[in-house]
Design a protein. Structure first.
Length: 331
């Protein structure tokens, strides 16, 4: 049995970016159902911040990171979809991608097409699979058709820019929101039909204006506390409020009865890891993502690159909403 040392980023308690520190960890052989992967790039996501800060409480010590791309070094018994030497990418539980080498479950690791480079692979998996399940599987009553209006908050972020492009490819009229005029321009450049600066404008009023008072069929919201209440007022009758994050903080408890007078609305709280719980569903979603990226319909924009040892600054930038598009750690 071979063992090797790997640099990794770990926390020993929940807290701010300063809790992250570099350690050396021993990496062994993959057991049944596992692979060992050497990363070339690692993706950064807001869920990393939630896990670091304690919004999502985690057992300690914790090696952070939910997605990455690299080369498979070894496979455990029963793994048939990957082999040593394969290029691969993933978004997966448990955390641990902030490192050079790791052993991890194989079921959510997918072969990376040769046409997609490692940085793109690392940047696109969690955010791209999220956009996939939102636009293809988290649908209002009757589904979505070309010409339908949807509202997407944080449209200039990593998930948002992918969703803007993908929605355009599907013929949807995406109304994006962002926190500055520059971010709104970015959303428009990536396929949003309309963009609203919610720091300057009442986005509910603008949505009603854009839709001729009818509202949208679905709101996709990763912002949470700051946008939730007004988002409900953007929905058409029988519309769907799809919450998938809480960058501004968790939504306060509310009485479900309020959904009735607002138009018999639907509400769902989604998480990627329910959708990628099986090898089959993960691969089907990844194939869809690889197809739209490979065709050029969706381009993965990487606007920030940090070395592994710069991870504290990367988290500060992410929390301050200084980033656009995707961010990666390079190795």
């Amino acid at each position: 049995m071979s063992h090797r040392l790997s640099r990794a980023i770990r926390i020993d308690q929940h807290g701010g970016p300063e809790t992250m520190h570099m350690v050396q960890v021993v990496v062994g052989e993959p057991a049944a159902g596992e692979v060992r992967i050497r990363h070339h790039a690692v993706g950064l996501n807001f869920i990393d911040v939630y896990q670091r800060s304690g919004v999502y409480p985690m057992a300690m010590p914790l090696q952070l990171g939910m997605e990455g791309a690299g080369v498979i070094e070894a496979v455990g018994e029963g793994v048939t979809h990957l082999a040593a030497g394969d290029r691969a990418a993933y978004a997966s539980q448990p955390p641990g991608s902030y490192c050079e080498v790791r052993v991890m479950p194989a079921k959510c690791v997918c072969k990376l097409p040769d046409s997609i480079d490692f940085e793109t692979g690392a940047a696109m998996m969690l955010k791209g699979l999220t956009a996939q399940y939102l636009l293809k599987k988290t649908l209002p009553q009757g589904g979505l058709s070309a010409g339908d209006f949807v509202l997407f908050h944080a449209a200039a972020g990593g998930v948002g820019l992918i969703a803007c492009q993908w929605a355009k490819a599907l013929g949807l009229r995406l109304i994006g929101t962002a926190g500055s005029d520059a971010k709104c321009a970015l959303a428009l450049a990536n396929g949003a039909q309309y963009a609203i600066n919610y720091a300057a404008d009442d986005f509910t009023a603008r949505v009603k204006e854009i839709t001729g008072g009818k509202g949208v069929k679905v709101v996709y919201d990763s912002v949470g506390k700051d946008t939730f209440d007004k988002s409900l007022d953007c929905l058409a009758p029988f519309g769907l409020m799809a919450s998938f994050g809480n960058a501004s903080g968790p939504v306060a408890p509310f009485a479900p009865g309020m959904l009735g007078p607002k138009g018999s609305l639907y509400l769902t709280r989604q998480t990627l890891f329910t959708h990628i719980a099986t090898r089959e569903s993960t691969q089907a979603m990844a194939d869809d993502l690889f197809s739209v990226v490979g065709s050029g319909q969706v381009q993965i924009r990487i606007d920030q690159r940090y070395a592994l040892e710069q991870v504290q600054q990367a988290h500060r930038d992410l929390e301050a909403r200084k980033t656009t598009g995707c961010s990666v750690l390079t190795l």
